[in-house]
Design a protein around this ligand. Structure first.
Ligand code: COA
Ligand code: ZN
Length: 314
């Protein structure tokens, strides 16, 4: 494959255990969360967003973050990431042995208020202390910016607002940004606008994108971003996910869908798609419902057909 700007390798941050499970009404046991994370490690995901140290009143499903994080397998050379909203979250993360954190705010005031009950200014002030301590402790720090492509309360979000909050987070000394289409409203022209504006302030090595597939545009948006040279993407196994604070938000771009696209294009990820499906199959069984991922569904059906044929001819 020849394309002048397309990356040859993509880094996937698997967010299923966090962005995925946080929105599930079915309580998942601590053991099952750990098993899900370990199966994702088996598949070779380079960055695993394992859980979040947020208020258990805000997100009950993440109340067992400390035990989950302490007990998941940590393979060498991989990053095991957790969300931290404040100093309290950082204390809990340090106690659990965390070495990589993500702080998170939004590009729209209304969403910051709904999600973390702070203004954007207050969140940046809070994170200044959190990031300083984390960096002094040698941690890797990411910052996530929600609602960069549209807000469930405010509607359109000006690109200038996205750029401003990204600049402020970079000034705090974070290692990477994750710029999110939290409610899956973005279209490729917006990707060109947002990435075009951010290129002035963020090196591509530090820019990740996080698409939700609510309106079926996640892969199209990813392809647009690949053409811009962006090579870090957040996805969730099976397409799990949504945000409890964003009405109508559904799952992330499915890891299987993106892997199918990238591997088909000859772009490396280091992830084994068959093993990734094993992790998705496990969590689908625990949730007791089908998964949204198109590639997962098609590949599972093809395997079932092959198994039937093999049994019939045996
Ligand atoms: N871990 C555990 N408990 C925490 C906490 C943390 N990181 N931060 C706050 N709390 C507890 C406080 O101790 C307090 O408990 P109490 O009522 O028993 O005294 C309660 O939560 C409220 O604390 P307060 O500081 O007043 O926070 P708040 O109500 O203004 O909420 C956040 C702010 C950021 C803690 C909360 O909104 C939150 O956790 N949001 C995360 C949402 C999320 O994960 N969204 C998905 C990611 S996109
Ligand atoms: Zn998300």
């Amino acid at each position: 494959m020849y394309h002048p700007t397309m990356p040859k390798r993509v880094t996937i941050c698997e967010v299923g255990p966090r962005d995925g499970l946080q929105n599930e009404a079915t309580p998942i046991s601590t053991e099952d969360k750990i098993r899900f994370c370990d199966l994702l490690s088996d598949a070779g995901v380079p960055i695993l967003e394992a859980t979040s140290f947020v208020s258990p009143k805000a997100v009950p499903q993440m109340a067992d973050a400390g035990e989950v994080f302490a007990r998941i397998r940590k393979d060498d050379g991989r990053t095991y990431l957790v969300l931290v909203p404040n100093e309290r979250g950082l204390d809990r993360a340090i106690d659990a042995g965390v070495r990589a954190i993500a702080v998170f705010t939004a590009a729209s005031e209304a969403f910051a208020q709904a999600n973390i009950r702070m203004t954007i200014d207050a969140s940046v002030s809070t994170f200044a202390g959190v990031v300083k301590r984390a960096k002094a402790d040698g941690m890797w720090v990411r910052a996530a910016v929600s609602t960069a492509f549209g807000c469930p309360f405010q509607g359109d979000v000006p690109v200038a607002d996205v750029k401003r909050v990204c600049e402020r987070l970079l000034e705090l000394g974070v290692d990477e940004l994750s710029v999110a289409d939290t409610i899956g409203v973005g279209t490729p022209n917006q990707v060109f606008d947002v990435v075009g504006a951010l290129r002035d302030v963020v090196p591509l090595d530090k820019l990740g994108l996080h698409f939700h597939d609510t309106r079926g545009t996640a892969l199209a948006n990813t392809l647009a971003a690949l053409e811009c040279g962006v090579h870090i993407y957040d996805t969730s196994a099976g397409g799990l996910g949504g945000c409890p604070f964003a009405p109508g938000a559904t799952g992330n771009c499915a890891t299987e869908d993106l892997l199918y696209l990238l591997h088909g294009m000859g772009i490396e990820t280091g992830i084994d798609l068959a093993k990734l499906r094993t992790a998705s199959r496990f969590i689908a069984g625990r949730l007791g419902r089908p998964l949204a991922s198109r590639a997962y569904t098609a590949l599972e059906a093809a395997d079932a057909r092959d198994a039937r044929l093999a049994a019939a001819t045996a």
